[in-house]
Ligand binder design. Structure first.
Ligand SMILES: NC(=O)N[C@@H](O)C(=O)O
Ligand SMILES: [Mn+2]
Ligand SMILES: [Mn+2]
Length: 445
Protein backbone atom coordinates (compact mmCIF):
# COMPACT_ATOMS: atom_id res chain seq x y z
CA UNK A 1 0.00 0.00 0.00
CA UNK A 2 1.64 3.31 -1.01
CA UNK A 3 2.85 5.67 1.64
CA UNK A 4 0.61 8.57 0.46
CA UNK A 5 -2.53 6.60 1.29
CA UNK A 6 -1.08 5.65 4.66
CA UNK A 7 0.03 9.24 5.34
CA UNK A 8 -3.36 10.70 4.50
CA UNK A 9 -5.02 7.94 6.51
CA UNK A 10 -2.72 8.58 9.46
CA UNK A 11 -3.42 12.32 9.13
CA UNK A 12 -7.12 11.51 9.02
CA UNK A 13 -6.88 9.30 12.06
CA UNK A 14 -4.92 11.97 13.96
CA UNK A 15 -7.43 14.70 13.04
CA UNK A 16 -10.19 12.32 13.93
CA UNK A 17 -8.86 10.74 17.08
CA UNK A 18 -6.42 13.43 18.21
CA UNK A 19 -3.81 10.73 18.74
CA UNK A 20 -0.22 11.29 17.51
CA UNK A 21 -0.20 8.19 15.34
CA UNK A 22 2.87 9.49 13.49
CA UNK A 23 4.87 8.77 16.61
CA UNK A 24 4.19 5.06 16.19
CA UNK A 25 7.41 3.62 14.70
CA UNK A 26 6.01 0.96 12.34
CA UNK A 27 3.18 2.26 10.15
CA UNK A 28 0.63 -0.58 9.71
CA UNK A 29 -1.95 -0.37 6.89
CA UNK A 30 -5.48 0.89 7.60
CA UNK A 31 -7.32 -1.81 5.73
CA UNK A 32 -10.08 -4.37 6.15
CA UNK A 33 -9.17 -8.05 5.81
CA UNK A 34 -12.09 -8.70 3.44
CA UNK A 35 -11.08 -12.22 2.49
CA UNK A 36 -10.91 -13.30 6.11
CA UNK A 37 -14.16 -11.49 6.92
CA UNK A 38 -15.94 -13.25 4.05
CA UNK A 39 -14.54 -16.60 5.29
CA UNK A 40 -15.99 -15.84 8.71
CA UNK A 41 -19.41 -14.94 7.21
CA UNK A 42 -19.41 -18.19 5.23
CA UNK A 43 -18.31 -20.27 8.22
CA UNK A 44 -20.91 -18.69 10.50
CA UNK A 45 -23.63 -19.45 7.93
CA UNK A 46 -22.81 -23.15 8.25
CA UNK A 47 -24.31 -23.12 11.76
CA UNK A 48 -27.80 -23.46 10.32
CA UNK A 49 -30.88 -25.67 10.74
CA UNK A 50 -31.64 -25.36 7.01
CA UNK A 51 -29.52 -26.24 3.96
CA UNK A 52 -27.22 -23.67 2.25
CA UNK A 53 -27.62 -21.12 0.79
CA UNK A 54 -30.43 -20.57 3.29
CA UNK A 55 -29.64 -19.88 6.93
CA UNK A 56 -31.96 -20.74 9.86
CA UNK A 57 -30.55 -20.07 13.34
CA UNK A 58 -33.08 -20.04 16.15
CA UNK A 59 -32.46 -18.75 19.63
CA UNK A 60 -30.68 -21.26 21.95
CA UNK A 61 -30.73 -24.00 19.34
CA UNK A 62 -27.66 -26.22 19.03
CA UNK A 63 -26.51 -24.25 15.99
CA UNK A 64 -27.08 -20.99 17.88
CA UNK A 65 -24.84 -22.21 20.71
CA UNK A 66 -22.13 -23.23 18.20
CA UNK A 67 -22.41 -19.85 16.46
CA UNK A 68 -22.12 -18.04 19.79
CA UNK A 69 -18.93 -19.96 20.55
CA UNK A 70 -17.59 -18.93 17.11
CA UNK A 71 -18.26 -15.25 17.91
CA UNK A 72 -16.67 -15.44 21.35
CA UNK A 73 -13.55 -16.96 19.78
CA UNK A 74 -13.29 -14.13 17.27
CA UNK A 75 -13.75 -11.55 20.03
CA UNK A 76 -11.02 -13.29 22.00
CA UNK A 77 -8.70 -13.34 18.96
CA UNK A 78 -9.32 -9.59 18.54
CA UNK A 79 -8.03 -9.13 22.09
CA UNK A 80 -11.42 -8.18 23.50
CA UNK A 81 -12.36 -9.15 27.06
CA UNK A 82 -15.54 -11.20 26.68
CA UNK A 83 -18.52 -11.48 29.02
CA UNK A 84 -22.13 -12.62 28.73
CA UNK A 85 -25.30 -11.71 30.61
CA UNK A 86 -28.18 -13.85 31.86
CA UNK A 87 -29.93 -14.05 28.47
CA UNK A 88 -26.77 -14.41 26.41
CA UNK A 89 -26.08 -10.92 25.17
CA UNK A 90 -22.33 -11.20 24.48
CA UNK A 91 -19.97 -8.26 25.14
CA UNK A 92 -16.38 -7.89 23.88
CA UNK A 93 -14.51 -4.90 25.35
CA UNK A 94 -11.35 -3.09 24.24
CA UNK A 95 -10.40 -1.05 27.29
CA UNK A 96 -9.58 2.60 26.62
CA UNK A 97 -7.05 4.84 28.37
CA UNK A 98 -9.93 6.22 30.47
CA UNK A 99 -11.92 3.08 31.32
CA UNK A 100 -14.12 4.91 33.84
CA UNK A 101 -15.74 6.92 31.06
CA UNK A 102 -18.90 5.49 29.47
CA UNK A 103 -17.76 3.32 26.55
CA UNK A 104 -18.67 3.54 22.89
CA UNK A 105 -20.55 0.45 21.74
CA UNK A 106 -21.40 -1.21 18.45
CA UNK A 107 -23.04 -4.49 17.50
CA UNK A 108 -25.95 -6.42 16.05
CA UNK A 109 -27.37 -9.98 16.05
CA UNK A 110 -26.60 -13.43 14.55
CA UNK A 111 -29.94 -15.18 14.93
CA UNK A 112 -31.66 -15.79 11.59
CA UNK A 113 -35.36 -16.37 10.78
CA UNK A 114 -36.26 -19.61 8.92
CA UNK A 115 -34.80 -19.88 5.43
CA UNK A 116 -33.15 -16.47 5.43
CA UNK A 117 -29.69 -15.21 4.40
CA UNK A 118 -26.20 -14.93 5.91
CA UNK A 119 -25.77 -11.14 6.13
CA UNK A 120 -28.70 -9.80 8.22
CA UNK A 121 -27.19 -8.81 11.58
CA UNK A 122 -24.05 -10.87 10.92
CA UNK A 123 -22.36 -8.01 9.04
CA UNK A 124 -22.93 -5.81 12.12
CA UNK A 125 -21.30 -8.34 14.49
CA UNK A 126 -18.40 -9.72 12.40
CA UNK A 127 -17.92 -6.26 10.85
CA UNK A 128 -17.75 -4.69 14.31
CA UNK A 129 -15.06 -7.14 15.45
CA UNK A 130 -13.14 -6.45 12.23
CA UNK A 131 -13.47 -2.68 12.78
CA UNK A 132 -11.67 -3.17 16.09
CA UNK A 133 -8.95 -5.16 14.28
CA UNK A 134 -8.68 -2.34 11.72
CA UNK A 135 -8.19 0.27 14.46
CA UNK A 136 -5.68 -1.93 16.31
CA UNK A 137 -3.75 -2.56 13.08
CA UNK A 138 -3.63 1.22 12.46
CA UNK A 139 -2.03 1.83 15.84
CA UNK A 140 -5.06 3.67 17.22
CA UNK A 141 -5.53 3.76 21.00
CA UNK A 142 -9.04 4.58 22.29
CA UNK A 143 -9.73 6.97 25.16
CA UNK A 144 -13.20 5.66 25.89
CA UNK A 145 -13.38 1.87 25.82
CA UNK A 146 -14.91 0.28 22.72
CA UNK A 147 -17.43 -2.55 23.19
CA UNK A 148 -18.80 -4.97 20.61
CA UNK A 149 -22.23 -6.42 21.51
CA UNK A 150 -23.89 -9.51 20.02
CA UNK A 151 -27.54 -9.11 21.00
CA UNK A 152 -29.67 -12.13 21.86
CA UNK A 153 -32.66 -12.85 19.61
CA UNK A 154 -33.29 -9.77 17.51
CA UNK A 155 -35.63 -11.90 15.44
CA UNK A 156 -39.04 -12.77 17.01
CA UNK A 157 -39.00 -16.35 15.63
CA UNK A 158 -38.95 -18.57 18.73
CA UNK A 159 -40.82 -16.57 21.39
CA UNK A 160 -42.64 -13.97 19.25
CA UNK A 161 -40.62 -11.20 20.95
CA UNK A 162 -38.43 -9.07 18.69
CA UNK A 163 -35.16 -7.60 19.97
CA UNK A 164 -35.43 -9.66 23.15
CA UNK A 165 -31.84 -9.04 24.31
CA UNK A 166 -31.73 -5.30 23.52
CA UNK A 167 -35.26 -4.78 24.91
CA UNK A 168 -34.02 -6.17 28.23
CA UNK A 169 -30.81 -4.11 28.10
CA UNK A 170 -33.08 -1.09 27.64
CA UNK A 171 -34.80 -1.99 30.91
CA UNK A 172 -38.13 -3.65 30.02
CA UNK A 173 -39.57 -4.64 33.42
CA UNK A 174 -42.59 -6.38 31.86
CA UNK A 175 -40.35 -8.49 29.65
CA UNK A 176 -38.07 -9.43 32.58
CA UNK A 177 -41.16 -10.61 34.47
CA UNK A 178 -42.77 -12.51 31.57
CA UNK A 179 -39.51 -14.27 30.59
CA UNK A 180 -39.33 -15.60 34.13
CA UNK A 181 -42.86 -17.03 34.16
CA UNK A 182 -45.06 -17.17 31.13
CA UNK A 183 -43.06 -17.11 27.90
CA UNK A 184 -43.11 -20.46 26.03
CA UNK A 185 -42.47 -21.38 22.38
CA UNK A 186 -44.71 -23.37 20.00
CA UNK A 187 -43.39 -26.61 21.52
CA UNK A 188 -44.32 -25.30 24.96
CA UNK A 189 -40.64 -25.04 25.98
CA UNK A 190 -40.28 -22.17 28.44
CA UNK A 191 -37.78 -19.39 27.80
CA UNK A 192 -36.18 -20.24 31.14
CA UNK A 193 -35.60 -23.90 30.24
CA UNK A 194 -34.30 -23.07 26.77
CA UNK A 195 -31.93 -20.41 28.14
CA UNK A 196 -30.66 -22.84 30.77
CA UNK A 197 -30.10 -25.54 28.12
CA UNK A 198 -27.87 -23.05 26.29
CA UNK A 199 -25.88 -22.25 29.43
CA UNK A 200 -27.70 -19.04 30.40
CA UNK A 201 -30.29 -17.95 32.99
CA UNK A 202 -28.13 -18.95 35.92
CA UNK A 203 -30.43 -16.47 37.67
CA UNK A 204 -34.05 -15.89 36.63
CA UNK A 205 -33.94 -12.29 37.83
CA UNK A 206 -33.53 -10.81 34.35
CA UNK A 207 -33.55 -7.25 35.68
CA UNK A 208 -29.80 -7.68 36.18
CA UNK A 209 -29.53 -7.49 32.39
CA UNK A 210 -30.74 -3.86 32.44
CA UNK A 211 -28.09 -1.34 31.38
CA UNK A 212 -27.57 1.59 33.66
CA UNK A 213 -27.90 5.06 32.21
CA UNK A 214 -24.19 5.75 31.94
CA UNK A 215 -23.08 2.45 30.40
CA UNK A 216 -22.48 3.87 26.93
CA UNK A 217 -21.75 7.32 25.47
CA UNK A 218 -22.89 6.14 22.03
CA UNK A 219 -24.10 3.04 20.12
CA UNK A 220 -23.57 2.47 16.38
CA UNK A 221 -24.94 -0.48 14.37
CA UNK A 222 -23.66 -1.52 10.94
CA UNK A 223 -26.31 -3.35 8.89
CA UNK A 224 -27.24 -4.26 5.32
CA UNK A 225 -29.92 -1.87 4.02
CA UNK A 226 -32.46 -4.66 3.38
CA UNK A 227 -33.91 -2.40 0.68
CA UNK A 228 -32.84 -1.47 -2.90
CA UNK A 229 -32.22 2.30 -2.57
CA UNK A 230 -28.42 2.37 -2.10
CA UNK A 231 -27.83 -0.18 -4.85
CA UNK A 232 -30.25 1.54 -7.24
CA UNK A 233 -28.64 4.94 -6.66
CA UNK A 234 -25.07 3.58 -6.64
CA UNK A 235 -24.42 4.98 -3.16
CA UNK A 236 -21.96 3.27 -0.78
CA UNK A 237 -23.22 4.26 2.65
CA UNK A 238 -26.65 4.90 4.18
CA UNK A 239 -26.72 7.12 7.25
CA UNK A 240 -29.86 6.16 9.15
CA UNK A 241 -31.76 9.10 10.66
CA UNK A 242 -34.73 7.19 12.10
CA UNK A 243 -36.03 3.64 12.60
CA UNK A 244 -39.71 2.93 11.87
CA UNK A 245 -42.06 1.91 14.68
CA UNK A 246 -42.87 -1.83 14.65
CA UNK A 247 -45.85 -3.56 16.19
CA UNK A 248 -46.99 -7.16 16.24
CA UNK A 249 -50.41 -8.65 17.05
CA UNK A 250 -51.57 -12.24 17.68
CA UNK A 251 -55.22 -13.02 16.84
CA UNK A 252 -57.17 -16.23 17.55
CA UNK A 253 -60.62 -17.16 16.27
CA UNK A 254 -62.77 -20.13 17.38
CA UNK A 255 -65.66 -21.80 15.56
CA UNK A 256 -67.51 -25.14 15.70
CA UNK A 257 -65.56 -26.80 12.92
CA UNK A 258 -67.19 -29.94 11.53
CA UNK A 259 -67.33 -32.14 8.42
CA UNK A 260 -66.35 -30.48 5.12
CA UNK A 261 -68.93 -32.52 3.27
CA UNK A 262 -71.85 -32.80 5.65
CA UNK A 263 -72.05 -29.25 7.04
CA UNK A 264 -73.80 -26.91 4.57
CA UNK A 265 -72.42 -23.40 4.06
CA UNK A 266 -75.24 -21.49 5.90
CA UNK A 267 -74.66 -23.62 9.05
CA UNK A 268 -70.95 -22.95 9.22
CA UNK A 269 -68.91 -20.61 11.44
CA UNK A 270 -65.57 -21.10 9.81
CA UNK A 271 -62.63 -19.82 11.89
CA UNK A 272 -60.38 -20.18 8.84
CA UNK A 273 -62.39 -17.79 6.71
CA UNK A 274 -62.49 -15.32 9.57
CA UNK A 275 -58.70 -15.33 9.63
CA UNK A 276 -58.51 -15.01 5.85
CA UNK A 277 -60.93 -12.09 5.89
CA UNK A 278 -58.92 -10.36 8.63
CA UNK A 279 -55.70 -10.80 6.66
CA UNK A 280 -57.30 -8.94 3.75
CA UNK A 281 -58.64 -6.32 6.15
CA UNK A 282 -55.06 -5.69 7.37
CA UNK A 283 -54.02 -4.91 3.79
CA UNK A 284 -57.07 -2.66 3.32
CA UNK A 285 -56.46 -0.63 6.48
CA UNK A 286 -52.77 -0.22 5.68
CA UNK A 287 -53.47 0.92 2.12
CA UNK A 288 -56.09 3.37 3.42
CA UNK A 289 -53.63 5.00 5.85
CA UNK A 290 -52.83 7.52 3.11
CA UNK A 291 -49.08 6.99 3.37
CA UNK A 292 -46.64 4.70 1.56
CA UNK A 293 -44.76 4.49 4.86
CA UNK A 294 -47.45 2.32 6.44
CA UNK A 295 -46.93 -1.42 5.94
CA UNK A 296 -48.77 -4.53 7.21
CA UNK A 297 -47.92 -8.22 6.90
CA UNK A 298 -49.63 -11.46 7.92
CA UNK A 299 -46.61 -13.77 8.10
CA UNK A 300 -48.23 -16.52 10.14
CA UNK A 301 -51.72 -18.04 9.56
CA UNK A 302 -52.38 -21.41 11.21
CA UNK A 303 -55.58 -23.43 10.96
CA UNK A 304 -56.74 -26.20 13.32
CA UNK A 305 -57.21 -29.14 12.90
CA UNK A 306 -55.53 -28.47 9.54
CA UNK A 307 -57.28 -31.26 7.65
CA UNK A 308 -58.57 -30.76 4.09
CA UNK A 309 -61.96 -32.28 4.85
CA UNK A 310 -62.52 -30.56 8.19
CA UNK A 311 -63.88 -27.02 8.65
CA UNK A 312 -61.26 -25.05 10.65
CA UNK A 313 -62.44 -24.85 14.27
CA UNK A 314 -59.57 -22.61 15.33
CA UNK A 315 -57.32 -20.13 13.50
CA UNK A 316 -54.26 -18.21 14.64
CA UNK A 317 -52.77 -15.28 12.73
CA UNK A 318 -49.85 -13.00 13.53
CA UNK A 319 -49.78 -9.47 12.12
CA UNK A 320 -46.71 -7.20 11.74
CA UNK A 321 -47.50 -3.53 11.07
CA UNK A 322 -45.06 -0.62 10.97
CA UNK A 323 -44.80 3.07 10.11
CA UNK A 324 -42.39 5.93 10.71
CA UNK A 325 -45.45 7.76 12.13
CA UNK A 326 -46.42 6.08 15.41
CA UNK A 327 -49.89 7.67 15.59
CA UNK A 328 -50.78 6.62 12.06
CA UNK A 329 -49.62 3.06 12.84
CA UNK A 330 -51.69 2.96 16.01
CA UNK A 331 -54.76 4.05 14.04
CA UNK A 332 -54.23 1.07 11.77
CA UNK A 333 -53.99 -1.24 14.79
CA UNK A 334 -57.30 0.11 16.08
CA UNK A 335 -58.95 -0.46 12.71
CA UNK A 336 -57.59 -4.02 12.60
CA UNK A 337 -59.10 -4.64 16.03
CA UNK A 338 -62.48 -3.25 14.96
CA UNK A 339 -62.38 -5.50 11.89
CA UNK A 340 -61.55 -8.56 14.00
CA UNK A 341 -64.58 -7.88 16.23
CA UNK A 342 -66.85 -7.19 13.21
CA UNK A 343 -65.69 -10.25 11.28
CA UNK A 344 -66.14 -12.52 14.33
CA UNK A 345 -69.67 -11.20 14.84
CA UNK A 346 -70.71 -11.50 11.19
CA UNK A 347 -69.26 -15.00 10.80
CA UNK A 348 -70.55 -16.26 14.16
CA UNK A 349 -67.07 -17.19 15.35
CA UNK A 350 -65.50 -16.26 18.66
CA UNK A 351 -62.63 -13.78 18.85
CA UNK A 352 -60.62 -15.87 21.32
CA UNK A 353 -57.71 -13.45 21.46
CA UNK A 354 -56.42 -10.14 20.14
CA UNK A 355 -53.01 -9.66 21.78
CA UNK A 356 -50.72 -6.75 20.97
CA UNK A 357 -47.30 -8.32 21.66
CA UNK A 358 -45.33 -5.13 21.08
CA UNK A 359 -46.21 -1.63 19.96
CA UNK A 360 -42.89 0.21 19.93
CA UNK A 361 -42.25 3.90 19.23
CA UNK A 362 -39.93 4.86 16.37
CA UNK A 363 -36.36 5.87 17.25
CA UNK A 364 -34.38 8.89 16.07
CA UNK A 365 -30.64 8.78 15.49
CA UNK A 366 -28.50 11.20 17.49
CA UNK A 367 -27.19 14.32 15.72
CA UNK A 368 -23.63 13.96 17.02
CA UNK A 369 -23.45 10.31 15.99
CA UNK A 370 -24.86 11.20 12.56
CA UNK A 371 -22.16 13.89 12.23
CA UNK A 372 -19.42 11.41 13.14
CA UNK A 373 -20.71 8.90 10.56
CA UNK A 374 -21.08 11.62 7.93
CA UNK A 375 -17.54 12.94 8.36
CA UNK A 376 -16.17 9.40 8.38
CA UNK A 377 -17.72 8.79 4.94
CA UNK A 378 -16.28 12.08 3.69
CA UNK A 379 -12.80 11.30 4.99
CA UNK A 380 -13.02 7.93 3.24
CA UNK A 381 -14.34 9.59 0.06
CA UNK A 382 -17.44 7.39 0.09
CA UNK A 383 -20.82 8.52 -1.20
CA UNK A 384 -23.57 8.56 1.39
CA UNK A 385 -27.29 9.21 1.77
CA UNK A 386 -29.47 10.04 4.76
CA UNK A 387 -32.29 7.47 5.04
CA UNK A 388 -34.80 5.89 7.39
CA UNK A 389 -34.85 2.21 8.35
CA UNK A 390 -38.15 0.42 7.76
CA UNK A 391 -36.76 -2.75 9.30
CA UNK A 392 -36.33 -2.61 13.06
CA UNK A 393 -33.03 -3.30 14.76
CA UNK A 394 -31.52 -3.59 18.22
CA UNK A 395 -30.64 0.08 17.69
CA UNK A 396 -34.36 0.83 18.22
CA UNK A 397 -33.89 -0.09 21.89
CA UNK A 398 -30.25 0.92 22.36
CA UNK A 399 -31.45 4.43 21.43
CA UNK A 400 -33.20 4.46 24.80
CA UNK A 401 -29.89 4.00 26.58
CA UNK A 402 -27.35 5.89 24.46
CA UNK A 403 -27.07 8.30 21.51
CA UNK A 404 -27.66 5.99 18.55
CA UNK A 405 -26.68 5.79 14.91
CA UNK A 406 -26.82 3.19 12.15
CA UNK A 407 -24.67 2.65 9.04
CA UNK A 408 -26.32 0.92 6.08
CA UNK A 409 -24.51 -0.75 3.17
CA UNK A 410 -26.07 -1.76 -0.16
CA UNK A 411 -27.37 -5.31 -0.63
CA UNK A 412 -28.26 -7.17 -3.81
CA UNK A 413 -31.65 -6.00 -5.13
CA UNK A 414 -32.52 -5.08 -1.52
CA UNK A 415 -33.17 -8.77 -0.81
CA UNK A 416 -33.36 -9.86 2.84
CA UNK A 417 -35.00 -12.53 4.97
CA UNK A 418 -34.40 -14.90 2.06
CA UNK A 419 -31.44 -17.04 0.89
CA UNK A 420 -30.67 -14.67 -2.02
CA UNK A 421 -29.62 -11.98 0.49
CA UNK A 422 -26.13 -10.72 -0.50
CA UNK A 423 -23.69 -7.90 0.14
CA UNK A 424 -20.38 -7.61 -1.69
CA UNK A 425 -17.01 -7.81 0.14
CA UNK A 426 -16.20 -4.27 -1.06
CA UNK A 427 -19.45 -2.83 0.25
CA UNK A 428 -18.93 -4.65 3.55
CA UNK A 429 -15.34 -3.33 3.74
CA UNK A 430 -16.59 0.23 3.20
CA UNK A 431 -19.09 -0.22 6.00
CA UNK A 432 -16.42 -1.55 8.33
CA UNK A 433 -14.10 1.39 7.59
CA UNK A 434 -16.86 3.94 8.21
CA UNK A 435 -17.71 2.13 11.44
CA UNK A 436 -14.03 2.07 12.52
CA UNK A 437 -13.54 5.79 11.93
CA UNK A 438 -16.85 6.63 13.57
CA UNK A 439 -15.94 4.59 16.66
CA UNK A 440 -12.48 6.24 16.74
CA UNK A 441 -14.09 9.65 16.63
CA UNK A 442 -16.72 8.88 19.27
CA UNK A 443 -14.21 7.24 21.57
CA UNK A 444 -12.24 10.50 21.85
CA UNK A 445 -15.25 12.72 22.51
N1 LIG B 1 -33.37 -5.94 10.54
C1 LIG B 1 -34.32 -6.87 10.57
O1 LIG B 1 -34.44 -7.69 9.71
N2 LIG B 1 -35.12 -6.84 11.60
C2 LIG B 1 -36.20 -7.73 11.60
O2 LIG B 1 -36.33 -8.46 12.63
C3 LIG B 1 -37.40 -7.01 11.10
O3 LIG B 1 -38.41 -7.70 10.99
O4 LIG B 1 -37.32 -5.82 10.81
MN1 LIG C 1 -33.94 -9.71 10.19
MN1 LIG D 1 -31.12 -7.54 11.41
Amino acid sequence: QNVDVIDSTIKTMEEFSGYPLHEIDSVPSFSVDSANLQKQIDELSSFSDSPAPSVTRILYSENDVLARRFIKNLMDKAGLSVKEDAVGNIFGRWEGSEPSLPAVSTGSHIDAIPYSGKYDGVVGVLGAIESINVLKRSGFKPKRSLEVIMFTSEEPTRYGISCLGSRLLAGSESLARSLKKTVVDNDNISFLDAAKSAGYAKTDDFSNVFLDEKSYSAFVELHIEQGPILENEGISIGIVTAIAAPASIKVDFGGNGGHAGAVLMPQRNDAGLAAAELALAVEKHVLESGSIDTVGTVGILDLHPGAINSIPSKSHIEIDTRDIDEKRRNNVIEKIHESAVRIAKRRGVELLGFKIVNQDPPALSNELVIKAMESATQVLNLSSKMMISRAYHDSLFMARKAPMGMIFIPCYKGYSHKPEEYASPDDIANGVKVLALTLAKLSTN
